[in-house]
Design a protein around this ligand. Structure first.
Ligand SMILES: Cc1cc2nc3c(=O)[nH]c(=O)nc-3n(C[C@H](O)[C@H](O)[C@H](O)COP(=O)(O)O)c2cc1C
Length: 171
C-alpha cells in the first residue's frame, strides 16, 4: 500500500474484531510515531498504551470515555504532548504558544500512527471526547502534559461510511 492508498483507506472504525493486535505491530506504530517532524525537533509526544482487560476496566470504572466502543477496542493509545519540551520561549510574536506547538507536533506524530495502522490492516479512531482532567489525575501525569485525544486500534469489524464522489458534489 502506498501513502495515497493509506490516506484514501483510512476511515474512523468504531467496531473491532475480537482479535489481538501483536506487540510487534504496536511497536511498528510507535516506530512511525517517533519519526514525525516537530518544531525544534522537540519530539514532545508521549504515549500510554492500554491493552489489558484490567486497564480497560479501570478506564471504564472511572467513566473516562462517553462512548462505550472505546472500552471494546483491543488497543487504546493515550496521546500526550509535553508543553515543556521546547526551548525557553523567545519574546517573538511569531511563535505559537507551547500548548499550540505541542498539539500541532503531536498531531503529526499521531497521523503517522494512523496511516501506518491503515497500511497494516488495522482500523483506528481518534477520540477526543474523554474526561481529560480525570485521566491525567489517574495516571499522575505532570501538569504540563496535554492529553487531547486517544486513538483506538483494532482489526476492523465494520465498513466505513461512504463519502460522496467528486461528481456528486459538483453542481
Ligand atoms: C481530533 C479528533 C477527535 C475526534 N474525537 C472523536 C470522538 O470523541 N468520538 C468519535 O466517535 N469520533 C471522533 N473523531 C472522529 C471523527 O468523527 C471522524 O474523523 C470524522 O467524522 C470523519 O470521519 P472519518 O475519520 O471516517 O474520515 C475525532 C477525530 C479527530 C481528528
Amino acid at each position: 500500500m502506498d501513502v495515497k492508498e493509506a490516506i484514501v483507506k483510512r476511515r474512523s472504525i468504531r467496531k473491532y474484531q475480537d482479535k489481538e493486535v501483536p506487540d510487534e505491530t504496536i511497536r511498528e506504530l510507535m516506530y512511525a510515531a517517533r519519526l514525525a517532524p516537530s518544531g525544534n525537533n522537540a519530539q514532545p509526544w508521549k504515549y500510554k498504551i492500554f491493552k489489558t482487560e484490567e486497564e480497560k476496566k479501570m478506564l471504564k470504572e472511572n467513566s473516562i470515555f462517553k462512548q462505550d466502543f472505546v472500552y471494546t477496542a483491543p488497543i487504546i493509545i493515550l496521546c500526550c504532548g509535553n508543553t515543556k519540551a521546547y526551548p525557553e520561549k523567545k519574546s517573538d510574536r511569531l511563535d505559537d504558544s507551547n500548548h499550540a506547538r505541542a498539539i500541532r507536533d503531536l498531531a503529526l506524530s499521531t497521523q503517522n500512527i494512523v496511516l501506518r495502522a491503515t497500511e497494516l490492516g488495522l482500523g483506528t479512531c481518534y477520540v477526543g471526547w474523554m474526561d481529560k482532567p480525570k485521566i491525567k489525575k489517574l495516571l499522575e501525569l505532570p501538569e504540563e502534559y496535554i492529553v487531547p485525544y486517544v486513538i483506538t486500534i483494532g482489526y476492523p469489524d465494520e465498513q466505513p461510511k461512504t463519502r460522496k464522489t467528486i461528481e456528486e458534489i459538483l453542481l
